[in-house]
Ligand binder design. Structure first.
Ligand SMILES: Nc1ncnc2c1ncn2[C@@H]1O[C@H](COP(=O)(O)OP(=O)(O)OP(=O)(O)O)[C@@H](O)[C@H]1O
Ligand SMILES: [Mg+2]
Ligand SMILES: [Zn+2]
Length: 558
């Protein structure tokens, strides 16, 4: 007996057997029960999702000898001839072929004849969006005066291409792509009946590749069985369809996380040598990065279709790379996708991309790096030079000078004369440095400011106009407390501190530039942050990094 394709053998014969389209089948059953089926229905949806199948079930239900009801019996003569595609009353027209257009012209003639065997003539017009304009018009006439006992089922994968005049005359049903999980379960169910040993991973991989089409899933299963026999595992699958499995992607993200550009290049070469379909690979890679990102941002519900073992692997990759890097990788890979697809040198484009990804500036969690270097952001780390800008990297790093207790003491030992503007201006760098010991971020803000007024009651700090955003930060409650504390220690100052825009010499001396945009400001803020924070500077040097983001500083510390 010749082998019957699985997609045909397991074509659902009843509405109850159609998976994942309950919203369609329920409505049709109700309409049948109440004998109120529309004269024309439109089945729209992706390929292999059950449109033709459902149309045939509808035809059976309308003509079943057991009477019109929500579910055909499947046993009677009418049900059987329709299922076998031999019924004279069910006319299938493929609008995609030339023949389809002639069919439509003929249709206007034949449509008036009564059904031969059953109650209804059912015309199933597949790919109806492909009808030529003439055929459309001819068809429209028929739809306008629908003969009794005729039901039209129009099926299409591209409903947007159908003329509104036709759409408005149809009851529309939208079929959905079949969810991965449903495909997987159906595959497992069929495999069991067929005596095929289908591994969980393989079922998942097939379902994934089928991309919402049950037909594609079953054809693929057919192919794999023909190729590898009754045992279907990932290796057989890979050998057949050149589909890279998740292990490969995980290997790749591992290389990227290590910044191993050579490894990434070798990976790309190997991919090509072993005959992978590169487009396939690219699409899967994007999907993979997305899955890792989902795991990284904790949206794991979205990964519910994924086998647990893989989910664990995503979590690991997510932990290694972090959401920020994953996002940047995904962005780069998505941006390059068009170039890749259009290129006549896809292998080359892919190689370059993988190397770029491996060399992508890593977003380093500075807090963590600082901690690893032995100094928290808040406490004074060992070895900080009093004048960080002039200190060399090695000076700052290795040799330990006393810890934070001494740093506080140092602030007190500075000689304090009368509290005048001159004194404050002169001592400003040291004041800022003292603030730095407890609050580096505040110090970075203060560094751009200059004392403009100084009295026992009030200190006014002037901020250059382009640093207005900083001023806002300075205004935030508590931000100036560390400064107040230092001023109090030194000069017993107990007044108010205010911040204002600057009209000082310095700022006027600077040539009038065009108003800086947000990006410039942010860059400058980063720079200020770097200058104000030798340890951050060191981290940046160490990693040869660029600061991509500074997390908002927390309000005043206790
Ligand atoms: N919802 C479903 N439930 C169960 N099996 C399905 C379903 N959809 C499709 N299949 C399987 O896929 C095969 C093809 O389905 P069908 O011909 O109905 O797809 P279609 O939506 O008409 O696709 P196309 O747009 O390519 O014509 C069926 O014979 C059946 O084996
Ligand atoms: Mg079809
Ligand atoms: Zn029947």
């Amino acid at each position: 007996m010749p082998h019957q394709p699985l997609a045909l053998k397991y074509r659902p014969g009843t509405f109850g057997d159609v998976i994942s389209q309950e919203h369609v089948t329920r409505t049709l059953r109700n309409a049948l029960d109440q004998n109120r089926v529309a004269h024309a229905v439109l089945f729209a949806g992706p390929r292999g999702s059950g449109k033709t199948t459902t149309a045939r079930i509808l035809a059976k239900a309308l003509n079943c000898e057991a009477g019109v009801s929500g579910e055909p019996c499947g046993e009677c003569e009418n049900c059987r001839t329709i299922a076998a595609g031999r019924s004279l009353d069910v006319i299938e027209i493929d609008a995609a072929s030339n023949r389809g257009i002639d069919d439509i012209k003929e249709l206007r003639e034949t449509v008036k004849y009564a059904p031969a065997q059953g109650r209804y003539k059912v015309y199933i017009v597949d790919e109806v969006h492909q009808l030529s304009k003439d055929a459309f018009n001819a068809f429209l006439k028929t739809l306008e005066e629908p003969p009794r006992n005729v039901v039209f089922v129009l099926a299409t994968t591209e409903p947007h291409k159908i003329l509104p005049t036709i759409l408005s005359r149809c009851q529309r049903f939208d079929f959905r792509p079949i969810p991965l999980k449903a495909i997987r379960e159906r595959l497992a169910w069929i495999a069991e009946r067929e005596g095929i040993r289908l591994g969980e991973q393989a079922a998942w991989a097939i379902a994934k590749k089928a991309d919402g089409s049950m037909r594609d899933a079953l054809s693929l299963l057919d192919q794999v069985v023909a190729f590898g026999g009754g045992d279907v595992d990932l290796a057989t699958l890979r050998g057949l369809v050149g589909m890279p499995d998740e292990e490969r992607y995980l290997e790749l993200t591992g290389l990227l996380a290590d910044g191993n550009a050579g490894g990434a290049l070798a990976f790309a070469r190997d991919l090509r040598a072993s005959g992978y379909d590169l487009e396939e690979f690219y699409a899967g890679f994007l999907e993979h990065l997305r899955s890792c990102l989902l795991a990284a941002v904790g949206s794991e519900e979205l990964l519910e279709d994924v086998p647990e073992r893989l989910r664990e692997a995503y979590r690991e990759a997510a932990a290694r790379l972090g959401a920020e890097d994953l996002l940047r990788m995904l962005t780069l890979a998505t941006d390059e996708e068009g170039t890749f697809r259009r290129s006549s040198q896809q292998a080359l484009v892919l190689e370059v991309l993988l190397v770029r990804l491996a060399l992508l500036d890593r977003a380093v969690d500075v807090e963590a790096a600082l901690a690893a270097l032995g100094g928290g952001g808040g406490s004074a780390p060992a070895g900080r030079s009093p004048s960080p800008r002039s200190a060399s990297r090695s000076e700052r790093s290795a040799k330990g000078t006393p810890g934070s207790g001494d740093a506080r003491a140092a602030a007190l030992t500075v000689p304090s004369g009368p509290f005048t503007l001159e004194a404050l201006l002169e001592g400003w760098d040291e004041v800022v440095e003292a603030v730095h010991r407890s609050r580096p971020t505040v110090a970075a803000l203060l560094r751009g400011a200059r004392p403009a007024v100084c009295s026992a009651e009030e200190v006014v700090l002037a901020v250059p106009p382009e640093a207005e955003f900083r001023m806002e930060q300075l205004h935030q409650r508590g931000t100036l407390d560390p400064l107040a504390a230092v001023l109090n220690q030194r000069w017993r100052f107990a007044g108010k501190i205010r911040v204002t825009g600057s009209t000082s010499e310095e700022t006027r001396a600077a040539p009038a530039r065009s108003r800086p945009n947000g990006r410039d400001l942010a860059e400058r803020e980063m720079q200020a942050r770097l200058e104000g924070d030798p340890l951050l500077r060191r981290v940046v040097d160490l990693f040869d990094a660029r600061v991509v983001r500074v997390q908002g500083s927390s309000p005043a510390q206790p």
